[in-house]
Design a protein around this ligand. Structure first.
Ligand SMILES: *Cc1c(COP(=O)(O)O)cnc(C)c1O
Length: 230
């Protein structure tokens, strides 16, 4: 990918986010952009940082750790957004600033134990399986309160909110439904967990729907870095 194309993609995604904020009466800057850099090179991440991005999302622990090491000279934050294998939690706890994909207490406990003491508590989101019957990832909404109450007791973690990956659809009305469900779940959890402030929802194909339903972080890969081939 040419740097000029990358720069153009980033400004187009920014423009879409700002337009969606405005269309739904959200404050300007209420939504932040997480650039999903999985399978893309460290060099491309470096260029994206040059065009104003500083938060990057990765799905594979080893790949994230390698990029973080190569790019240690830059002030980046790393968000782990992929399925979490128990044998990868140490690497994730050491490298990440955020984890979006917690779906069981065992993994949360391991991340808590393995978070280095000299680092700030790890920001975590619980992944919810909203309307996506095909997906095996994420906890059912009715199981969220108990899991979140337990995570909230872990001092190495800072519980911030919820994440979801709905089934892909191009129908705008259908896109909004799982995002509304996530927003409502967060509102109901906020009575007992008032610190919750982050909804991670919306990707390249549905970020407008997510912003209109209250997203705080949108996770965009393809529309920034181009298609993934591996
Ligand atoms: C790959 C991925 C994304 C980015 O999806 P695009 O459609 O390429 O924007 C967002 N979130 C998660 C969890 C992903 O795995």
């Amino acid at each position: 990918m040419m740097p000029t194309e990358l720069e153009r993609n980033i400004s187009e995604v920014d423009r879409r986010i700002r337009a969606a904020e405005q269309a739904s009466g959200r404050a300007a800057g209420a939504v932040s952009l997480l650039a999903v850099s999985k399978t893309k090179t460290s060099e491309l991440v470096r260029q994206a940082h040059g065009f104003g991005l500083s938060a990057f999302g990765e799905n594979y622990a080893q790949e994230m750790a390698e990029k973080a090491a190569v790019l240690a000279d830059l002030p980046l934050s790393w968000h782990f957004i992929g399925p979490i294998q128990s044998n990868k939690t140490a690497l994730i706890a050491e490298v990440s600033d955020w984890v979006h994909s917690i779906d069981r207490l065992k993994v949360a406990r391991r991340l808590n134990e393995q978070r280095p003491g000299d680092k700030a508590p790890l920001n975590v989101l619980v992944q919810i399986n909203t309307s996506n019957e095909d997906s095996k990832s994420g906890v059912r909404p009715d199981a969220a309160p108990e899991l979140m109450a337990a995570i909230n007791e872990l001092p190495g973690l800072r519980l911030r909110g919820l994440m979801t990956i709905p089934a892909a659809t191009t129908n705008q009305t259908a896109q909004r439904e799982p995002f509304r469900q996530l927003s409502e779940l967060m509102a109901s959890l906020s009575d007992s967990l008032p610190q919750l402030d982050t909804l991670s929802m919306g990707m390249s194909g549905d970020l407008e729907a997510a912003v209109s339903e209250g997203a705080n972080i949108v996770r965009v890969g393809t529309d920034i870095f181009g298609a993934r081939y591996n």
